[in-house]
Design a protein around this ligand. Structure first.
Ligand code: MG
Length: 355
C-alpha cells in the first residue's frame, strides 16, 4: 500500500473558555492535521498542536518540517512500517510534534489496513477510561466556581493549574482541597516554583493533612536534581512532565529516582512508538505513567487513548481533556469523548475532519 501524497491542513476551533497555565494563555485551538493518501484509497490522519513554550513547535515550523520529511515517505509502502517509523524518527532532531503527527497517520493507516481499531493493533483490551479536567489559573473564587462546575458535570479528578505566587498557589490548593474533600486533586505548577518553594508549599499542605494525588512539574524542566530534592523530602508524589521528552530522559530521571510518575505526551516524545517505549521503561522501574495531551483535538487525543489501552498496566492516569475543552469538535468518528468518560469502540480509523 504505497504512500502517494501527504497534505497538511490547519484547523481552528474555539474553546469553551480561555486555557491558562503558568506558561501561556490560549483562547482557541489551532492544530495541524496531516493526511496521508495511499494508492489503495485508504487515508490516514495525524494531528498535533503548536505548543511553542513546551516543545518549540509552531504551526509554520511543523508545516516546514513535514514538507522536508514527506519526500522521504512518498513512494514507500505502509507494509514497510518499521522503516517508515525509523525514517520519521531520524529525519531531523527535535520537532517532536511533527514526528508525532506523521507517525500517528502511519499508525492509523497500518491499523486500518488490518481492519482493526488502533488499540487492538497495539494489543490493547481496555476500552473504558476516566479523565481528569484542567482548571485554569485564575482568582481563587473563579477556580472554586470552575471546580464546582466540573464536579457537577461528573468529574471526580481535577487538575488545577498554579504558578501565580507561592502564597496564592498555597491558598488555591488549600481552598479547593478543603471545599471539595471527595475529589482527587492533581496540581500542575508548569515549572513555576524553585525546589525550596515547592517544599515550602508541600510541607504546609502536609501539616493541614492535604495530600494531592501528585504535584506535576514543580520546577524547571531540566532541573532533575531539584525534582529529586523535593521527592526526597515530601511524601506527596512528584510527576515529571516537561522534564521528559524522550525514552532516554525517562531512563535518566528514573535512574536518579527523581520522580514518582511520568507524564507521557505524544507531542513531546515524538509519537506512539516512543510513547510505548517510555511506558515500558517506566514499568521496568516500577513507576506508573499518566498520559496527557496538549490543547489538541480528537485525532491526537484519541491516539493517546489507544496508547493508554495498549499499556493499561503502566499508564494508569489519564489527563486527556483536550476535546472536552472545545466549544465544538471538528473531528467526526474515532474515540468517544463524553466529559470524564472516554470510550474506545470497534470502529477503525482515528477520525476524519468534519467538512
Ligand atoms: Mg503538565
Amino acid at each position: 500500500m504505497k504512500i502517494v501524497d501527504i497534505r497538511t491542513q490547519i484547523i481552528k476551533a474555539p474553546l469553551k473558555k480561555p486555557f491558562k497555565t503558568a506558561l501561556r494563555r490560549v483562547d482557541s485551538l489551532e492544530d495541524l492535521v496531516v493526511t496521508i493518501y495511499t494508492e489503495s484509497g485508504l487515508v490516514g490522519y495525524g494531528e498535533g498542536a503548536s505548543t511553542a513554550v513546551i516543545t518549540g513547535d509552531t504551526i509554520s515550523s511543523m508545516v516546514g518540517a513535514i514538507e522536508y520529511i514527506k519526500s522521504m515517505l512518498i513512494g514507500k509502502t505502509i507494509e514497510d512500517f518499521n522503516s517508515l517509523l525509523y525514517i520519521i524518527e531520524h529525519s531531523m532532531v527535535h520537532n517532536s510534534t511533527t514526528k508525532s503527527i506523521l507517525e500517528m497517520a502511519i499508525y492509523d493507516l497500518k491499523a486500518q489496513s488490518l481492519k482493526l481499531p488502533l488499540y487492538r493493533y497495539l494489543g490493547g483490551s481496555k476500552t473504558s477510561f476516566r479523565t481528569d479536567i484542567t482548571i485554569s489559573i485564575n482568582s481563587i473564587d473563579k477556580m472554586l466556581q470552575e471546580s464546582k462546575e466540573a464536579i457537577d458535570l461528573g468529574y471526580d479528578i481535577l487538575k488545577i493549574k498554579v504558578g501565580k505566587s507561592i502564597s496564592e498557589d498555597f491558598e488555591i490548593i488549600k481552598s479547593i482541597a478543603q471545599t471539595f474533600p471527595d475529589i482527587t486533586l492533581r496540581v500542575d505548577a508548569n515549572q513555576a516554583w524553585s525546589p525550596k518553594e515547592s517544599l515550602y508549599i508541600l510541607k504546609r499542605l502536609e501539616r493541614l493533612n492535604i495530600y494531592p494525588e501528585l504535584i506535576e512539574q514543580p520546577v524547571k524542566a531540566n532541573d532533575f536534581r531539584g525534582m529529586k530534592y523535593i521527592r526526597d523530602r515530601s511524601i506527596i508524589p512528584i510527576l515529571a512532565d516537561e522534564s521528559i521528552f524522550s525514552p532516554k530522559q525517562a531512563i535518566e530521571i528514573l535512574e536518579l529516582e527523581a520522580c514518582d510518575y511520568i507524564n507521557i505526551k505524544l507531542a513531546k516524545c515524538g509519537g506512539i512508538s516512543n510513547g510505548l517505549k517510555i511506558a515500558d521503561i517506566a514499568e521496568l522501574y516500577g513507576v506508573k505513567c499518566m498520559i496527557g495531551c496538549m490543547l489538541e483535538g480528537a485525532i491526537s487525543v484519541g491516539a493517546s487513548v489507544h496508547l493508554a489501552s495498549a499499556r493499561e498496566n503502566s499508564i494508569t492516569m489519564l489527563d486527556l481533556d483536550g476535546v472536552n475543552l472545545l466549544a465544538n469538535n471538528p473531528i467526526l468518528g474515532g474515540v468517544e469523548f463524553n466529559e470524564s468518560q472516554i470510550r474506545l469502540n470497534s470502529s477503525y480509523g482515528l477520525g476524519i475532519l468534519r467538512i
